[in-house]
Design a protein around this ligand. Structure first.
Ligand code: ASP
Length: 335
């Protein structure tokens, strides 16, 4: 009999009604799950549940909570065939990306899921998201951090939250789905990642000061100069298209050059959900390349942020970090 561990971090899936709106409540989800007859079906793996404390709306997640989730998995790694992490949808793509880097040499499924409507409501999407994720975690074919939602299994570090209220809340714009759920759950086995060889361990993250800037028409880059101090270790610039910034970038380049001289790691991602950054194709992106910015290829902003936290927490110097930012580590980028 396969055995999985469910880690409940908070989020809509286990929330209950309060006077101020939905909120997570200690002990509530565990009690609720005990009443679901389907979870006692012999086709469902044996499961235990761990509830994190405090339970959070995922908007409140920080590096500290990512470390706690990784520690819970680490403590139980040898006791279970797989793990399901129940999480709020708002920052699930960030947590999935972070865990994909933090769980080193992972060789078991870690499936993040949640729901748009709480389990306690009649039209909830929680039941399928939970039961399918449990089956995926027990199956063991996937040996990576992934996210199951709305009938699709996705590589965690390729996901982004796409809909604030639809049941298909997540997309994986630059990497195909790992499995599709219809009458059967159909895996695309050729797309699954092989586990890295080596002993499983976790890398705790530090709250490294990093930032994100989204470029827009008319952006006054000089307003951002004050945040580009020596304290800022990494920044993700969300540019237009394939890595382009406004032509009036005269004001951006000196700032980028200054940041570069401080050793700040500048990563260029695209505002387009699909496609890849290719610095130097247009005049408007060559300048970024010349100033020492990193080509983020098809990294999502969520994965770029998580990867910066991870690489700085590994203690590498900025030259090594720049090199690794352009290297695929966990299937997060195609380069
Ligand atoms: N605000 C909630 C959260 O992210 C939304 C959700 O769970 O869907 O925790």
């Amino acid at each position: 009999m396969r055995k999985i561990c469910i880690i409940y971090t908070g989020g809509t899936i286990g929330m209950t009604r309060t006077e101020k709106g939905y909120a997570p409540k200690k002990g509530y989800l565990g009690e609720r799950l005990e009443t679901i007859e389907d979870l006692k079906d012999e086709r469902v793996p044996k499961w235990d549940m761990v509830e994190m404390s405090p339970l959070l709306d995922s908007s409140n997640m920080t590096v500290h909570e990512w470390n706690k989730i990784a520690e819970e998995i680490d403590k139980r790694y040898n006791d279970y065939d797989g793990f399901v992490v129940l999480h709020g949808t708002d920052t699930m793509a960030y947590t999935a990306s972070a865990l994909s880097f933090m769980l080193e040499n992972l060789a078991k499924p870690v499936v993040l899921t949640g729901s748009q409507i709480p389990l306690c409501e009649i039209r909830s999407d929680a039941r399928d998201n939970l039961i399918s994720s449990m089956l995926i975690a027990a199956d063991g074919r996937v040996k990576e951090v992934c996210l199951y939602f709305g009938g699709k299994l996705m590589r965690g570090n390729r996901t982004t939250k796409y809909s604030a209220d639809g049941f298909s809340a997540f997309k994986s714009p630059s990497y195909p789905y790992l499995a599709d759920s219809g009458i059967e759950l159909k895996y695309s086995e050729a797309l699954l990642r092989d586990s890295d060889k080596g002993e499983f361990s976790i890398r705790r993250l530090s709250p490294v000061p990093i930032g994100v800037i989204k470029v827009f028409p008319g952006i006054q880059f000089e307003l951002f100069e004050s945040i580009m101090t020596e304290k800022l270790r990494g920044i993700v610039i969300e540019t237009f298209g394939a890595g382009n910034i406004p032509g009036s970038a005269d004001s951006l380049l000196p700032i980028i050059k200054k940041a570069f001289s401080h050793g700040t790691v500048i990563t260029v991602c695209s505002q387009c959900p699909q496609g890849t950054v290719s610095l130097g194709v247009y005049e408007t992106s060559s300048a970024l390349k010349d100033a020492g910015a990193i080509n983020g290829y098809d990294l999502t902003t969520e994965a770029a942020v998580a990867k910066l936290y991870y690489l700085f927490s590994c203690g590498y110097d900025s030259t090594k970090i720049k090199e690794m930012m352009e290297t695929d580590l966990r299937g997060e980028m195609s380069c």
